[in-house]
Design a protein. Structure first.
Length: 314
C-alpha cells in the first residue's frame, strides 16, 4: 500500500504534468471536503494562464455543480470556476482559484455586520436569474415547492425506516405545511458564514458548491440555511441572524418572513436528522460528514437545535 506521502507526491506530479507547470504544496490538506472521498489542499501555481494560490480538490465537481457555479458567475457572484481537472489512479482531481478575503465567520462582528448588505445584494442577483438549463445532467438536484430535495427525501425516508422515532415524518410534514408560493431559484444549499468570503466589508467569494446540497428551490431556503448557521454559532456573530433577514428582505422584497421562518424549521429538522442518522450509523447522506465531535458535543448541538425549534414566533 502506498504511503500518504507517496500518494501526495504522485498527485502533485499528475497535476503538474497535466498543467505543464510546477505545483508547490502549501497546506496539505487544507481541510476535509464534503464526503469521505474528498480532500482539499492549498497549492501554489505558476503557469501561463494562472499565477497564485489555488485549491486542489481530490475529486472534481459534478456536471451539475460546475453548471451551477458558472450560472452564479454569470449573475455576478465571485465564485471559484475550476480551470483544470484530471485523474490520478482511480481518483479525480480539479483545480480552482483560491478566493480572496476571509470567511465571514472569521471576521469581527462589526465587519461582518457591514458586509451583510453586499452579501445580500449579490445573492439576490443569483436568486433573480432564470434557472432554465442550470442542471443539464438530469440529476435529482432539484427541489419541489414543498421544500425537500429529492436527495434529502431519500435521506429522510431511509432515516425514518431505520429509526424508531417519528422525526423523519416530522421533517416531511414541516416542509409540506409551507406554501412555497415564491420564485424558484438556484440555491447554494450550504450558504453559511463559513462559505461566504468577504474582504474590506464586501463579498469576495462564495465557495464550496457541493453537488449533494445545491438545489433549485425557493430563495428562502438559502436565507434560512445562512440564518440557522449563525444561530448555531457559539460566537458573537450569532447576534447577526436578525440583521441577515432584514438585509435579504431589503435586497429582495419578494422574500417572505413567514417562509423564512418555515425554512429555518426545515433546516433545523434536517440538521437534527443528520445528528440522529450519524448516531444510528447511517452514512451517505448530505451532512453525515458535518456532524463531528464526541457524543457530548453532539448532544449539546442537539439540545441547541431543540431550543431554536422552540423559539418564539412573531
Amino acid at each position: 500500500m502506498r504511503s500518504n506521502s507517496d500518494q501526495s507526491e504522485g498527485l502533485i506530479a499528475a497535476v503538474a504534468s497535466t498543467m505543464r507547470c510546477p505545483i508547490q504544496p502549501l497546506a496539505w490538506p487544507l481541510g476535509e471536503g464534503r464526503g469521505e472521498e474528498t480532500r482539499v489542499h492549498l497549492v501554489a501555481i505558476r503557469s501561463v494562464n494562472y499565477v497564485g494560490d489555488a485549491v486542489l480538490r481530490e475529486q472534481d465537481y459534478s456536471v451539475a455543480s460546475n453548471s451551477a457555479i458558472r450560472h452564479a458567475a454569470a449573475a455576478g457572484l465571485p465564485v471559484p470556476i475550476p480551470f483544470a481537472s484530471g485523474s490520478f489512479g482511480q481518483r479525480r482531481w480539479q483545480i480552482e482559484p483560491r478566493m480572496t478575503g476571509q470567511p465571514l465567520s472569521a471576521v469581527d462582528p462589526r465587519s461582518a455586520q457591514q458586509s451583510l448588505p453586499s452579501v445580500a445584494d449579490a445573492l439576490t442577483k443569483l436568486h433573480d436569474r432564470r434557472t432554465k438549463g442550470i442542471l443539464e445532467d438530469g440529476s435529482d438536484l432539484s427541489i419541489s415547492r414543498n421544500g425537500l430535495t429529492a436527495h434529502t427525501t431519500k435521506c429522510v425516508e431511509r432515516f425514518a425506516a431505520a429509526s424508531s422515532t417519528s422525526l423523519g415524518t416530522k421533517i416531511v410534514d414541516a416542509a409540506r405545511r409551507t406554501s412555497w408560493n415564491s420564485t424558484i431559484s438556484l440555491c447554494h444549499g450550504d450558504l453559511t458564514h463559513r462559505n461566504v468570503m468577504v474582504s474590506h466589508n464586501r463579498l469576495s467569494g462564495v465557495i464550496d458548491w457541493s453537488p449533494q446540497l445545491i438545489m433549485i428551490g425557493p430563495p428562502e431556503i438559502d436565507v434560512a440555511i445562512f440564518r440557522t448557521a449563525l444561530l448555531l454559532d457559539a460566537g458573537p456573530i450569532a447576534a447577526l441572524a436578525d440583521s441577515l433577514i432584514a438585509e435579504f428582505i431589503r435586497a429582495n422584497p419578494r422574500l417572505a418572513s413567514d417562509r423564512i421562518e418555515a425554512a429555518t424549521d426545515w433546516s433545523l429538522l434536517q440538521l437534527l436528522s443528520w445528528i440522529y442518522g450519524r448516531r444510528i450509523g447511517l452514512t451517505g447522506f448530505p451532512g453525515d460528514n458535518l456532524i463531528e465531535g464526541s457524543r457530548p458535543k453532539q448532544v449539546e448541538l442537539e439540545n441547541r437545535v431543540f431550543e431554536l425549534l422552540s423559539r418564539p414566533r412573531s
